[in-house]
Design a protein around this ligand. Sequence first.
Ligand code: SAH
Ligand code: SF4
Length: 405
Amino acid sequence: MTPTIEPAIEKLPLAQYVPPARPSLAGLSRDALAAALGEAGVAPAQRRMRVAQLWHWIYVRGARSFADMTNVSKDLRAALEARFTLDRPEIVAEQVSADGTRKWLLRLPGETAGERPHEVECVYIPESDRGTLCVSSQVGCTLNCSFCHTGTQRLVRNLTAAEIVAQVLVARDRLGDYAGRERARGPGLPVEGERCVSNIVMMGMGEPLYNFDAVRDALLVVSDGDGLAISRRRITLSTSGVVPMIARAGAEIGVMLAVSLHAVRDDLRNELVPLNRKYPIAELLEACRNYPSVSNSRRITFEYVMLKDVNDSIADAKALLRLLKGIPAKINLIPFNPWPGTKYECSDWDRIEKFSEVVFNAGYASPVRTPRGRDILAACGQLKSATEKLSARERMSLRAMAMTD
Ligand code: SAH
Ligand code: SF4
């Protein structure tokens, strides 16, 4: 089947970018909303009630304009309108893959006035029993894992909590995922009634535990039962192993943890995930053992990217089992997604199957994460805001790769 690459929204030239004139309330926490209401002249005693109203309009109804907020007084609506917006980050490109995966490229203001805008991506992956949104925590990443495309990006900044939450709002806007809205149509989307976005994974661009406060605040907004209401058990934070922050993530955020292990020996992991030099495997696994509420029903996911002749031997699989002994774990084998200029190749399929069999026979569920959205460069580790820099030929060759395996 020929893939349909459907550029629903065409990229705008950079020169057209106009930074927002007024700050947006979309994505803010309750405290930040209360402060905004204070600026708009709402008396302290009134703020709690007003926050609850805004919260409902923004996160349950997906309101885009203050005029929609019919139970808020006209005067307050005008005061809010004068100072704020409900704008989301500008969508500069939207792509829909043949398998239903959708990728949005979002433009965010630079940190200082006059600086060029930043871009991040977020990806929606529909499956039969869930719809997962892969959210970014940083523009780029400081960590340079040798197999990851995001790590090659020069520009890096932390996203604010609101910018992290806004990715969820953008996805729901585009999918029509609010009560009463017209649903987007396309391959794999859930039928009417079910939620399109049921799960969140912090597996987009960036290392979430290097932007801890913003990620925590954002995930508390996303999991709030009166708003977006995505339960913490359906949110997974993936880290390359920032050991000192793992306990805090458990205590202060309480979401599911995924750890990018990728190697069973320190010498190899030092090369693949250079952060390992600071926090070696033994310390990382100790932090996993102590992760709050880890149990058989709340297992830690260990991600393991399959790199041909690098980490994919049967001996590696057995060593992996020895390492994880005693930790309630799931093992997620990820076929390597190649990108232009990488020195790695994806393991052969029969090697992945053998590896997976060893893991499975030891009693672990070992799903092989099927690469999704390869034709739009949306698969793990391929997120890079500079994708527009790829030549047409590179883009075609990536799509061809996606089609042939
Ligand atoms: N920085 C965090 C989260 C973002 S990366 C982390 O490293 O865990 C999300 C997952 O994609 C990680 O497991 C990462 O190792 C994996 N990944 C990165 N590049 C990849 C590639 N080219 N192919 C397959 N998986 C990749
Ligand atoms: Fe950063 Fe994760 Fe990529 Fe490593 S794998 S460079 S930590 S985004």
